[in-house]
Ligand binder design. Sequence first.
Ligand code: NAD
Length: 498
Amino acid sequence: MSSKRITHYINGSTWSGSAQRSGDVFNPATGELSAKVDFATAEVIDEAVAAAKRASVEWRNTSLAKRTQVLFAFREIVNAKKEELAKAITLEHGKVLSDALGEVTRGLEVVEFACGIPHLLKGGYSEGVSTGIDVYSIRQPLGVSAIISPFNFPAMVPMWFFPIAIATGNAVILKPSEKDPTPSLLMATYWKEAGLPDGVFNVVHGDKVAVDRILEHPDIASVSFVGSTPIAQYIYENGTKAGKRVQALGGAKNHMLVLPDADLDLAADAAVNAGFGSAGERCMAISALVAVEPIADDLVKKISERMAILRTGDGSAGADMGPLVTSVHRDKVSSYVDAGEREGAKLVVDGRNPKVDGAANGFWLGPTLFDNVTKEMSIYTDEIFGPVLSVVRVKSYDEGLALINSHRYGNGTAIFTNDGGAARRFQNEVSVGMIGINVPIPVPTAYYSFGGWKSSLFGDTHAHGTEGVHFFTRGKVVTSRWLDPSHGGINLGFPQNR
Ligand code: NAD
């Protein structure tokens, strides 16, 4: 039984209360319980929101120059401590260290984007729209913004939002996944070291109880959520009902369409990297490979050859693929492999009972490959969120496109081809938010925005980039006239420009 306790971070300090409920945090590579994490009650959420609200008043009035200095300092600290952060991710999530470092680096891109906030917040100014009248626009912070994040990117996903929320003058309540809570707390200490005033960045841990209080709290202006689709829908419906601005990013089933003219070796490399990196626990993982005949036999052979040399094991010790996050999740993914077999797909590589370079009790499942998958099978319809790749065979580009467009998810997709015309047609015709052309995981860079279509996103604003700046601010337009005697007189007509 672990005696380590993880708790909330409110108003610049570790919370000193005692928790009524807590959750288990595991090291997925050993299966050991590594800590207990406190779960916030509604009262703890209220305490955090009160601190954030107080801090937001001063922070919104802090000059852009000073806010930017804090952001630059935070960037330097995260950069200097990225190994520490990556190790904490690996210990609680299980992903291999190089992957954890990659996640921190991608999160840092958003911090760097937010360092340019003075430019991003510039409004417009029109001189002389009418005689003696000028019009200009400004953008102001919302107040207190909540972020609710998933287990699979404990540093990067919060970093999609909080650098921009803070740079634009808001205070933040972050509720990370209860499965890997430590990276958020490390980032809270980095903010403090960077000079961010107490109360601007708070971390609360918990489950539905904490989330429900966040959704209904009258002093929280916005909610940025990332997680599974049913919860995203719940967050969107209840958050908007309570009058909040909500962006809720949900689940995914990402297709990779391989045309007959593609370089099959490069396509096989990409399918393996994007299918099994982070044990498939990425919202941009490729989980359905759509092979346009006659290439499927060759492609499946090349993919299985590559899978044979993948090493599954402890992410801190040089493996290619780590464990799954919990034993419950591993068992769920494994049950999909059983279902795929039952439903008649061809199991080409079976990841159940894998040979592992790690402790016996780790939450292991090896890379798994199915062929001849059809669109009715649960391994195709559902988001599995594990190292299971399904090959669907189609006869033409049109059949592949129709398949992708009929899926309920529309997060990311990729086409592999050497035909520029086909790729251009695909980017135009596919109903998906993020598209890769010979790029299997097309996560947009920070100055573009991240988000899917259909059941992969509820709300109309994607994460980061200029959409992020818009999400965390409200616009105002000012019409101004400096009075002189010629402006006198009574006129009840609607104002017109003269
Ligand atoms: P999850 O939906 O289980 O949890 C996400 C967050 O919601 C966590 O903070 C969790 O504590 C909270 N939560 C869980 N159950 C809740 C409930 N009943 N009521 C209120 N809050 C609840 O997701 P997860 O398993 O942590 O993460 C994996 C999922 O996230 C996958 O579906 C994946 O596709 C998705 N994801 C999507 C994106 C994207 O950009 N679209 C990015 C990363 C992950």
